[in-house]
Design a binder for this molecule. Structure first.
Ligand code: SF4
Length: 361
């Protein structure tokens, strides 16, 4: 797994953002830190906030990365990794749902890092698509939208993909979200069933389905770009064909419908046997739902499905969806010709299971 944090010490008193440079050091910007030392234990940089020493990393590993330095926590966080297409900003760990399979169970506390994350975005590599997730980012809707708007005005080459439960888009937001700048923003919104009862049960919140429909309506009027997301669970497997009908009749404006296999982490880890669907054995309802969606012009796709575990007719829909830093391939994948197009497995997926099911293509 690619590390996203390192132990570090800094002369600064408060958290700050910096970009690390060891090459082209004649062109340092105000937020850049320049390499001054490197040995077997780590690297040292100097910038506007003084000295920064990072353990367990090399200058090549961190070249061009944008870091959040947390002197109090004695660590640095790699907010934007240079050369990676998989950078996601965690804006809050607070959430107003409690999904049965949540991969990152919510916390009550919230640490406001919007100003720091905004500064990080301004240092991003050209044309980067930046992910935003939580928790539920729209619990801090005004701060979120203000950050996105300021960044996109200063850096029109960037774009954002924001994961949200979609329940907090009100009529009052339509005018704001209709601004041309929001063509650079797409919203990843989960819907687990066309039955309000089942959706609410999965997300652990009564009224969630109805609130989401209001949110969809407001986003639709605003011309919002939506990627619909559905986690595959034992409880919604047989409901997928009905959901496909709902999507094609009520939500045809979505840019894509991503059906996602489960992550073996968070709440899902403890409930794995109850929640996990072995799609190799039970692909029927998935196939029905996908066929219906494609037939009606909705772009269905499969996330977190290793390609060799998907029937050949649907294999092209199984995308390399898992971020580089948390993706792994068992040794059995070595001879596979489709590895570059394959999601592989989450780093935390049991090795025994992954090794047992792969069949190189
Ligand atoms: S063998 Fe490995 S790389 Fe190839 S399709 Fe299966 S999981 Fe993906």
């Amino acid at each position: 797994m690619i590390p996203l944090t390192f132990p570090a010490i800094s002369e600064a008193q408060a958290p700050y953002i910096t970009r690390l440079r060891s090459r082209d050091i004649t062109e340092l910007g105000d937020f850049d830190s320049r390499l001054v030392d490197q040995d077997d234990s780590g690297v040292a940089y100097v910038g506007a906030e003084g000295l920064l020493a990072i353990d367990g990393a090399t200058a090549d590993m961190l070249e061009g990365d944008v870091l959040l330095v947390q002197p109090g926590g004695k660590r640095v966080e790699r907010i934007l990794r240079a050369g990676s297409l998989h950078n996601t900003l965690l804006v809050t760990e607070r959430c107003d749902q409690l999904c049965v399979m949540c991969s990152q169970p919510p916390k009550k506390s919230h640490v406001d890092r919007f100003a720091l994350l905004e500064q990080a975005c301004l240092l991003a590599e050209p044309n980067l698509l930046i992910g935003i997730s939580g928790g539920e980012p729209t619990l801090f809707k005004d701060q979120l939208l203000s950050m996105v708007e300021r960044v996109l005005v200063a850096r029109p080459d960037l774009s954002f993909h924001i994961l949200t439960n979609g329940q907090h888009f009100a009529e009052d937001d339509i005018e704001r979200l209709s601004a041309p700048i929001y063509r650079k923003v797409s919203w990843g919104i989960p819907l687990y069933a066309s039955s309000p009862e089942l959706h609410d049960e999965i997300v652990g919140k009564q009224g969630a389905f109805d609130a989401l429909q209001d949110g969809f309506a407001n986003l639709l009027i605003a011309g919002g770009r939506v990627e619909l997301r559905t986690a595959l669970l034992s409880s919604n497997l047989d409901a997928l064909p009905d959901l496909a009908s709902f999507v094609t009749s009520r939500l045809r404006f979505v840019e894509a419908w991503s059906i996602m296999q489960l992550e073996h982490i968070g709440f899902a880890k403890g409930r794995w046997n109850k929640l996990f669907v072995d799609h190799r054995q039970q692909f029927g309802p998935l196939a029905q739902a996908i066929d219906w969606a494609l037939l009606h012009g909705v772009r269905a796709q499969l996330f977190n499905f290793p390609r060799c575990t998907v029937p050949q007719a649907y294999r092209s829909l199984a995308l390399a969806s898992i971020s580089d830093w948390k993706r792994k391939y068992p040794s059995g994948c070595a001879p596979c010709r489709e590895r570059s197009q394959c999601s592989g497995f989450f780093e935390w997926h049991p090795d025994e299971h992954a090794g047992m099911i792969v069949e190189p293509l």
